[in-house]
Design a protein around this ligand. Structure first.
Ligand code: SF4
Length: 386
């Protein structure tokens, strides 16, 4: 590894450990930083407004204390952790906050976030739960309302050209993330799942142009490397909800597996679908965020005559990924009180059974302490499929 290459990985490490470092710098240079939660916020609109989008993440190493004085403990632990860090001032450089109606844990806590953080700007995006024509029309109107409201706050009218330019930059970003994933199609992979998780997490804390540069430099680093220190091992796909800490991925890899692909937010669910280009940009964004992101919070009409056909239409994208990345087994990892994913566990398991893919289902808190306790079950699963 040459000097320049090791520099880029040190940069990733630094921005992962000191998450928000760059956003804080940009705030000090008089930029407006707009925080958001979840993959359903159209970051293109924030970028088109000339603001810096910054995805709030939680911290599995930080006990949730102050946040629990305002949020009920039966809410999603990931949301509680994000809220806890925010009220403790970890993200005090943010000027605004966007929360979408992703799941109830997010939607029902919006007023608490607003009340507790007292930010100069906040906005709730009402994302419909169905894919009908009228839902799409409603969502486009919602996105236009958001566009106007944020434009007013930023002091800039957001034009269609601004949006098209931002869409182009984010599509580039997603293509680069896919190129990073391709480094894992070989056996052994050229890059670990832990490294990818760290890089993608850092990417969401940077303006998209800087995230593009970072991904390019990382790609260059790994393409130039001769060989890989990784060993052949069971190839695992992680399936589940919002994962923004590397700890669980690392545990799986330390237990003797290579995590080669995922179906996670801050993973393929977020990075795979591009927005269409060339047409109406708001229409393109509405379709990307409501339809193309395959999240269980969005209800899809039953497809096909039989249960198996329906499963195939709902989870076929995950099955294709498992084939493409030559997966040996899936770990379905869900947080306690995450209703959208929790309700879907039987169907997801049934789908994996139907494609004869071994699956280990784990339910967990959002905490480094509880993650460690899962080691034995993961090791037993790896032995079984190894
Ligand atoms: S983990 Fe589940 S409950 Fe928590 S924010 Fe994501 S979808 Fe909502």
């Amino acid at each position: 590894m040459n000097e320049q290459n090791s520099d880029i990985l040190s940069k990733v490490e630094r921005h992962y450990q000191e998450y928000g470092l760059r956003a804080r710098e940009l705030k000090n240079e008089d930029n407006k930083v707009i925080a958001y939660l979840c993959s359903l916020v159209p970051v293109e609109i924030i970028t088109a407004a000339g603001c810096v989008p910054f995805r709030i993440r939680g911290d599995v190493h930080e006990p949730i204390t102050k946040g629990d004085t305002n949020l009920e403990t039966i809410a999603c632990p990931f949301v509680r952790s994000c809220f806890d860090l925010s009220v403790k001032g970890r993200y005090d450089f943010c000027d605004g906050l966007i929360i979408p109606h992703a799941c109830d844990s997010l939607a029902r806590t919006y007023s608490t976030w607003r009340y507790s953080l007292e930010l100069p700007y906040s906005h709730f995006i009402n994302v419909p739960h169905t894919l009908s024509e009228s839902s799409m029309e409603f969502f486009m109107a919602e996105l236009n309302t958001f566009r106007k409201s944020l434009g007013k706050f930023a002091g800039k009218e957001i034009s269609d050209d601004d949006l098209a330019e931002a869409i182009g930059l984010y599509n580039e970003n997603r293509d680069k993330a896919k190129a990073l994933y391709e480094l894992r199609t070989s056996d052994p992979p050229l890059i670990s799942g832990t490294e990818i998780a760290k890089i993608l997490t850092v990417g969401m804390s940077l303006p998209v142009a800087e995230s593009n540069e970072l991904f390019d430099e990382v790609l260059e680093e790994f393409r130039q490397k001769k060989g890989t220190p990784l060993q052949k091992a069971p190839r695992i796909m992680l399936d589940g909800a919002c994962m923004d800490n590397i700890d669980f991925v690392k545990l799986v890899e330390d237990s003797g597996a290579n995590v080669v692909v995922d179906s996670l937010c801050i993973g393929t669910r977020d990075y795979w679908p591009n927005a269409d280009v060339g047409g109406d940009p708001v229409d393109a964004l509405a379709h990307r965020y409501l339809d193309k992101i395959n999240c269980p919070r969005t209800y899809r009409e039953k497809a096909g005559e039989t249960y198996d056909e329906d499963l195939r239409s709902r989870f076929g994208d995950i099955g294709s990924l498992s084939k493409e990345f030559k997966v040996d087994g899936v770990i379905l990892y869900i947080y306690k009180y995450c209703d959208p994913f929790g309700f879907e566990v039987p169907a997801r398991k049934a789908y994996f059974d139907s494609i004869k893919m071994p699956v280990l289902y784990l339910e967990d808190e959002y905490s480094a302490g509880t993650i460690g306790r899962l080691r034995t079950r993961i090791q037993a699963f790896l032995e079984m499929i190894g």
